[in-house]
Each structure stands twice: as C-alpha cells, then as structure tokens.
Design a protein around this ligand. Structure first.
Ligand code: THU
Length: 522
C-alpha cells in the first residue's frame, strides 16, 4: 500500500525568485529571516538535509542527509495560496488571480446588489476586525452587506447573524461566486458572520470559503477517479473547492493539523494525504511576527520525528511550501520565493536535486509513485530519487556478471546487459567483437536477440554496465542502433538502468533515450 503525505508549511519560502521584482518583492527570504530568531530550532530538518538545499547557505548542511531535497521555483504567475497549491497539484496558472486594491468595479457590485436585493457597504481592502467595528452599526441599521477585500484575491462578505441568518449569508456568497467569473474570477469568496453588540462585535467560527474551482484536472481529481484515497487536512479541501477530495478534516492551526497528520498514519489507505499547516502564514507571516514564526517552525521541527517514526515501509513524506511570506520584509503580503522540497521515505534516496522549475513536479512525481495515469504540467523526478528495488538489484548483478563474458580484444571495453522479461526470466548479453570490426554486436542486442530467438518479446527492464579490466568505469548508455532495436520490442516507458557501479545507476525511460524511434508510419 503506497501512501504519500504532502505537508505544506504555508508560506515557508526560501529566498526570492529571479522575477520577485515583478511582484514588488525584494530582499525577502522567509526561512533566512526566522533563522536569526532566538526561537529558531533546526534539528530534525537539518538531519533531513534542509541546509543542503540550493541557496540555504545560512544554515548548516548535513553530511549524510536522510532525505532527497530540492529548491523549487514557481512557474505560475502568482504568489497566493490557491495558485501555489494548484501548482503543487499539477496545474501551472499563467496569470495571477485578480486583486482589488481600489475595491470591486461598479458592474460587479451592481450585479451583486441585484442578485441579493441588498445594498453594499465599504467595498475596499480592510482589516476583518476593523471592518465590523466601523461598518457594523450601519449594516444593522440598513441591512446593507459589508463587502471588503484584502491584498489577496478575495471577495469577503460580513454580516451580523441577527440580521442575516447563516444560510442566507452562504446563499449570498454563492451568488457572488456566480458573478465572479472570467477576469474577475477571485480565488475565494468568504462568508464572515459576526455577532455581538455595538462596540464589541466579534467574528464567529462559521467563516466559510467558496473557492474557485481548479481550471483543469488536478492530481487529486485523477487519484480520486482511480479509486484511491485523497485525504485532505486543514484548508486543503477549501483550496480545491472539495474537488478530488475523498475525506477531509478541517483543523484550527498547526498543532491540530500535526495531530491529524499523525492520525492519518494510522489509517489504511492507498493514495495521498495532503496537509496544510496554516499558522506560519496566517498568524506569523502576515503579522510580521518573526519570533512567532520561528517558534512555530521549532514546534514542527520537534514534532517531525514522531511522524517519521510511524511511517510504514512504502510511505513517502514530502515537505514543501506554497509561496513565501517574509515576516521581516517591507510589507505584510506574501512574497515571491522559492520553496523547499524535502522528500523522505524508506524507498527514497537522499539525493540533492538542485533547483527545479515548477512546484508541479511534485504532482508528477507523486503520480508516478502511486502508478496513477495523471501527468499535469510537471515532470516526475521519481527516477532520480527512488532507491533500487529488489528487481533492479538482481538485474544489475546479472548485467555485471555478463560483463565478464565480453569478447572485446579490439576495444578492450567489456559491456554487460541484462533484460528482465515479464515472465521473470532474465536474459543477459555481452559485446562480441570481430576482427572485421563492423560485425561487432553490442551487449544489449545480444540479450534482446537471445530472448526473441527463444520466443520471448515481453520486456520489463534493462540494465547495462561497462568498463575496462573487469571494473565498471562510467556509464555506458546504449548506442543508437541498440536503442532502435529496443524500441522495436519494448514499451517506451520501460526503465533502462545505466549503471555507475555495481549498486548505483541512472534510471531513465527508453522514450527518454529514443524519443523518435524509426517506425513504418505507426
Ligand atoms: N558497445 C555495447 O556493447 N553496447 C553499446 O550500446 C555501445 C557499444 C560495445 C561495442 C564495442 O565492443 C565496445 O562497446 C566499444 O565500442
């Protein structure tokens, strides 16, 4: 049973992206900023290898990290929660969600008034607590709805529960959602009910988000359609407007989110558990609270070993973020930053993947790991991080043994190949040279021809190694002729292991080695 747990540390960016200026950001680095706080703790995350990530040179690197790591650059033109999570789930958004620093245009407000039959107050960016203090009385007197926004792509409606029953407020939100389409497709319409008397209005816990539907199929949709579990913890369900989610728990804050994540480890399922820890952003990033942010990071760092200790053999954990929100930069808004990726599990090799373009590579990689058909906008890096399986180890041993039989008096290079067939048999081959040079046959073709001549044409994997004096020296990628021969019989997705030593290899797919093989108009 394969399970992937993605934990989003909401807003934990690791340094400005090259195009940060386009987003009015400079000198932002959320992780670096909090690392100077006395509350910062860097123990489990250090062991994972967070200090080895590109650009994280202000934290100690780890000699023997436990996890694969990468720095991910956002391909979407946005820096908000919705777009960030959509990209993690496979969708690149070419334009940001609309924001309204001067309030919503008249045509939107007029239509909203027509649909709801209520007038509108405020219509400006405003603090949520201040807006009810300033407009609460007038709202109660006139019945007009308090509409406001923020630096985020949100249309918020505040109403007193005595004046507008909760269900009615939700109905107004749905009406707004209907109107806010096309270029006015805001990320979220938010119901903001409040209670209390003049001078002491307070917001209730019945806030509800009406999110924009993802514009294309996400990893979540695909997994659900394939019958796998998609378990959402925290605001994930809202971010995807519930789409592609099979089960969800709404949590209040990081502590509850982390407890729910531990609870998810006890469940039996195949698929994805997608967790958002919101406090980093909501309580500390926006409020420019560096020490609070650092303390929340320390709490996570302290908690992490309790999670990894409970992980099962085929579980994979991915820790990442959706954007930055530097608590020490010049504004309270999000920041356009790279995000970290830490990928840990029994099946995962601790490699450093450098800097990759696209959070969406996460979706492609999870999809490949869970054998889903989902592709999305990203590229899988699974082949770079997966530890050798038992089949792969066996095949590498066979290729290495076959190398010894090489007949190569002219070049001196011994090459061995091993081909795993669907029936489980392994056919090996070596290079066989000839004094006339051109009759020479490569190791790969020897293996293929042996198998085909015995009636076997169904192949699952190939391993190749080569070198001089019986030792593997460098990789020996199959030559063009062998690639063409392999493409005649093998699936384009068939893994090809190009061995670097008896136990290590670069894992490629046949289609990566020969994307356009010759075919008779197939
Ligand atoms: N060789 C292979 O066995 N496989 C290949 O795909 C490329 C080359 C062998 C042929 C020759 O005996 C030696 O490597 C040096 O070219």
């Amino acid at each position: 049973m394969k399970r992937v747990f993605i934990i989003v540390l909401d807003s934990l960016g690791i340094g400005e992206e090259p195009d940060a200026a386009l987003f009015k950001d400079h000198d932002c680095n959320t992780l670096k900023r909090i690392s100077y706080s006395g509350n910062f703790r860097f123990s489990s995350m250090k062991k994972m290898g967070m200090g080895n990530i590109d650009g994280v040179d202000y934290l100690q690197p780890e000699k023997r990290p436990l996890a694969a790591v990468a720095r991910l650059q956002e391909r979407s033109m946005g820096k908000d929660t919705t777009i960030g999570h959509w990209e993690i789930a496979g969708i690149v958004s070419p334009s940001p969600l609309p924001t309204y620093p001067d309030g919503f245009p008249d045509d939107i407000i007029n239509e909203f008034e027509k649909k709801t039959g209520c007038g509108v107050l405020c219509n400006k960016p405003y603090s949520g607590t201040q807006v009810i203090a300033d407009y609460g009385d007038e709202h109660l007197k006139t019945g007009k709805l308090i509409v406001y926004t923020s630096a985020d792509s949100v249309f918020q409606i505040a109403a007193h529960t005595n004046k507008v029953p909760l269900e009615k407020l939700y109905e107004y939100c749905r009406a707004a959602r209907e109107i806010l389409k096309g270029k006015h497709a805001v990320g979220r319409v938010i119901a903001r009910p409040f209670t209390g008397e003049h001078g002491s209005f307070t917001r209730t816990a019945d806030r509800h988000d009406f999110s924009l539907l993802p514009p294309k199929e996400t990893l979540l949709d695909a997994l659900k359609a394939e019958g796998k579990t998609v378990y959402a913890i925290g605001k994930i369900n809202d971010i995807f407007a519930g789409r592609g989610v099979t089960e969800h728990i709404m949590t209040h804050g990081n502590t509850e989110g982390m407890a729910a994540a531990l609870g998810a480890l006890d469940k039996d399922f195949e698929g994805l558990c997608f967790i958002n820890l919101v406090d980093f952003d909501m309580l500390y990033g926006h409020r420019q609270d560096i020490d609070g942010y650092a303390a929340a990071f320390a709490e996570f760092d302290r908690w992490l070993p309790s999670f990894t200790a409970k992980m099962k053999k085929d579980d994979v954990l991915m820790i990442t973020a959706d954007h930055g929100c530097d608590p020490g930069d010049s504004h309270t808004d999000h920041s356009r930053e790279y995000v970290p990726l830490i990928m840990y599990g029994n099946n995962i090799k601790p490699v450093n993947l450098g800097t990759r373009s696209g959070f969406c590579d996460i979706a492609a990689t999870v999809s490949a790991y869970l054998h889903s058909g989902y592709r999305g906008d990203g590229e899988s890096f699974l082949d770079d991080v997966l530890k050798p399986t038992d089949d792969e180890k066996k095949l590498c041993d066979a290729a290495f043994s076959a190398m010894a039989n090489s007949y190569s008096p002219y070049s001196g290079y011994k090459v061995g190949a091993a081909l795993l067939c669907s029936c489980g048999r392994i056919y090996t081959g070596c290079n066989i040279e000839n004094a006339a040079f051109s009759p020479t046959v490569c190791a790969e073709r020897t293996a293929v021809f042996k198998a085909v001549s015995e009636g076997i044409r169904d192949f699952k994997m190939l391993a190749v190694c080569g070198g001089k004096d019986g030792k593997i020296s460098g990789i020996f990628p199959p030559c063009g002729v062998c690639r063409q021969v392999l493409s005649e019989f093998c699936d384009p997705d068939m893994p090809v292991l190009m061995m670097k030593s008896k136990k290590t290899f670069d894992r490629k797919k046949l289609k990566d080695l020969i994307p356009y093989s010759f075919s008779l108009g197939k």
